[in-house]
Design a protein around this ligand. Structure first.
Ligand SMILES: [Zn+2]
Length: 78
């Protein structure tokens, strides 16, 4: 697994839901795998902010991968 989640490499397999400067949210359309657990995620949030608040909409797993300059947060629906 690569050290960094490369959203550009899988861009065609995801739908861009929101882009807001340092925060990007994608919906998984084609079984892209979570860098933390390896299972396909439902949505992925890429944030370069130091802190972030979430309002979880489901009860599925949430995985967090810390990279040098950002956080990768994957939400799984279960
Ligand atoms: Zn995961």
């Amino acid at each position: 697994m690569p050290d960094r989640f490369d959203q550009h490499a899988v861009r065609h397999r995801m739908k861009l839901l929101r882009e807001n400067g340092d925060v990007t949210l994608y919906e998984n359309r084609d079984g892209v795998r979570c860098p933390a657990c390896g299972d396909p995620f439902s949505r992925v949030l890429l944030t370069e902010r130091r802190a972030h608040s979430f309002d979880p909409s489901g009860t599925g797993r949430v995985c967090v991968t810390r990279e040098d300059e950002r956080l990768v947060v994957c939400a799984h629906d279960s």
